[in-house]
Design a protein around this ligand. Structure first.
Ligand code: ATP
Ligand code: MG
Length: 609
């Protein structure tokens, strides 16, 4: 048997069954293409196996993440996937984590969880052994499988039930030390995004059940992303579920020929004071309540259409009950939706009422307003309405609305909350410019946890004065498998994947157009060998297949460079070099092709050294 250089990835030997057809359940490009390009196979909903080509990419993504963690002094370890339930009881999360936690009992009846995240385990590991302020700060990470029984596993690797995460945990003796490492981790995340070739934003976010208040998410921009983000040229960017933007509702004035004025304009012209700060003179100057006949106009869209005004000039009402069963009506600009997360963060327990419940609470669906609601109804309003001199609202009577409903005169508000989900076009909270919307895939998130876990789990160190204190902690999650898929979401075309060089399964493919040919075969082998000798990662398509099949597979798999070695070219000493990202093809001399490709690759590699 002839000697074979195993450093060359020989496609004739490789287990890489590419597929012509898209998998039927694939809704996004990454799921479709990773499957067709023989990288990924589905096991169950949200559970996948990596085939050899996919594993090569996965290892590269992991390695980039690892290098950037090591660069900032985080230390790699490997924690177990299986976590004793007691630890989760100690932190108090066993019950709050909910059905996403995958758990089981061993034969002795002891409870365990499959790790969805490892705050508990790492805190338990360090609590008896990291003792002195002299040993702080410490940052520890691992790259490991995670398990979450997602309610809707979908989009292939983007939302799996089994996925790989890099999670780091840091321990500090001062808020400043935590802030410093948090900033380092954020910079490391930016570098990871850059090295993966991602177009990304870091955004203000919510910490969910992980805990802590200071947190940011790293988003890869993609139409398939599940997160909505808002960003501004001034640098502000936030997840729309938490962004507090300027909503600028408009004021509807039927006396002024239905003029609709921008609330911002109104404030500067009339120096209108917010309701409740003694703006009585302005309230007096507001016309009396005006009943407007709006027959059958029971939705915001219909109302705006009927009066020929923007939805921003209307006020929407949502009826709900709080945990005590108290009837609450929430008012917000007609143009905006109430966000669940914002309501939750505003501690507003709010279960929307059914039509039946509304009827029995004497609420008039489609025509609710703050004037004349049944006694005992709690009125809550979005903060954006606070500066509105008067509102256009339902009259609590079928087929009627009220104009000039003035807060403080005609009704009062029990609580002001930040409830509306900001939208593109709302104004930036920092500079006032209109926000731009985009969709994002959350690839990572950094959190300042504070002492949530160290207090609950009694993890303490001794400070300089010999006093025991709970560790101040941070945690930093990066979705390894999700970011791999995010790369494909951003880098593909109709022919297949376009891997950035940094994570491609190999940097160049040498396509041997005809096998068993005594000119083409040795030439292609020789080119591949020379490239390997230079430290380039090479695949060699030495399969006994038609040229068309090889070209299609090369584009589908997405090797960054393709060197096509064929009989016709070789007759004049020529091979073809194709750059996958640009589609550019050039004839190059056989004698130069190795150095040309090596130069192109080394130049790109150097960028991230
Ligand atoms: P999401 O809001 O998308 O459910 P999360 O905020 O719950 O994610 P974290 O707890 O912050 O996720 O986990 C850290 C990282 O792990 C995320 O930024 C993401 O990249 C990755 N990740 C989380 N859930 C999944 C999942 N179901 N499939 C793949 N990756 C995931
Ligand atoms: Mg997150």
């Amino acid at each position: 048997m002839p000697w074979i250089d195993a450093r060359i990835l020989r496609l004739s030997q490789l287990y890489a069954p590419t597929l012509k057809e898209d998998p039927v359940d694939a809704e996004v490009a990454s799921h479709r293409l990773l499957t067709r390009a023989a990288m990924l196979r589905k096991v169950a909903a949200g559970v996948y196996s990596f085939l050899p080509l996919g594993l090569k990419v996965l290892h590269k993504v992991e390695q980039i993440v690892r290098e950037e963690q090591n660069r900032i002094g985080a230390q790699e370890m490997l924690m177990s996937i299986i976590q004793p339930a007691e630890l989760w009881h100690e932190s108090g999360r066993w019950d709050v984590y909910g059905p996403e936690l995958m758990s089981f009992e061993d034969r002795h009846g002891h409870g365990f969880a499959l790790s969805p995240t490892q705050e508990e385990l790492i805190t338990a590991i360090v609590r008896n052994e990291l003792r002195s302020y002299r040993e702080l700060p410490k940052s520890l990470y691992h790259i490991q499988w995670k398990y979450r029984d997602e309610i809707r596993p979908r989009f292939g690797l983007l939302r799996g039930r089994e996925f790989i995460m890099k999670d780091a945990y840091s321990f500090h003796d001062s808020p400043q030390s935590l802030q410093d490492h948090y900033d380092e981790q954020s910079r490391a995340y930016g570098r990871i995004c850059d090295r993966l070739g991602l177009d990304w934003r870091s955004v203000e976010a919510d910490s969910g059940q992980i805990g802590g208040k200071v947190t940011r998410e790293f988003m890869a921009l993609a139409a398939s992303g599940e997160a909505e983000i808002l960003h501004c040229t001034c640098g502000f960017a936030a997840n729309a579920e938490v962004a507090t933007a300027g909503l600028a509702p408009e004021v509807y004035d039927p006396n002024d020929a239905g003029t609709v004025r921008d609330i911002n304009e109104l404030q500067t012209q009339n120096s209108y004071n917010p309701v409740g700060t003694g703006a009585s003179t302005e309230v007096e100057s507001i016309p009396d309540l005006l009943k407007v006949h709006t027959p059958g106009i029971a939705t915001i869209v219909a109302l705006a259409d009927f009066l020929d005004i923007s939805e921003k000039a209307t006020v929407k009402a949502l009826a709900g009950r709080d945990s005590q069963g108290q009837v609450t009506v929430l008012f917000l600009p007609g143009s905006h939706e109430a966000g669940d997360l914002k309501l939750h963060n505003a501690l507003l327990d709010f279960e929307l009422m059914s039509d039946e419940e509304m009827r029995s609470a004497h609420l008039t669906k489609g025509f609710m307003g703050p004037v004349g609601l049944p006694d005992g109804t709690r009125i809550v309003a979005d903060i954006s309405l606070k500066n509105m001199p008067y509102w256009l609202v339902g009259a609590n009577e079928p087929d009627y609305h009220l104009a000039y409903a003035a807060c403080g005169r005609d009704f009062s508000v029990d609580a002001w909350v930040d409830s509306a989900t900001a939208q593109p076009g709302d104004s930036c909270p920092y500079c006032g410019m209109p926000l731009v919307g985009a969709r994002g895939i959350e690839v990572g998130q950094v959190f300042q946890l504070g002492t949530k876990y160290s207090e609950a789990m009694n993890a303490r160190y001794m400070d300089e004065d010999g006093v025991e204190k709970p560790f101040i902690m941070g945690c930093y999650g990066w979705g390894v498998t999700r970011s791999l898929a995010a790369v494909v979401e951003q880098h593909n075309d109709e022919a297949g994947i376009i891997w950035p060089l940094s994570v491609a399964p190999a940097e160049v493919v040498v396509i041997m157009l005809t096998t068993a040919d005594d000119v083409v075969q040795p030439a292609a082998e020789h080119v591949a060998e020379q490239l390997v000798e230079l430290g380039i990662e090479v695949a060699l398509d030495d399969r006994d297949e038609r040229a068309g099949v090889k070209f299609n597979d090369a584009d589908l798999i997405g090797w960054p460079y393709q060197l096509v070695v064929g009989k016709r070219g070789l007759a004049t000493g020529i091979v073809e070099l194709k750059v996958r990202a640009t589609g550019e093809r050039n004839d190059v001399a056989l004698s130069d092709c190795v150095s040309i490709v090596a130069d192109l690759i080394c130049e790109q590699r150097r960028r991230y050294l």
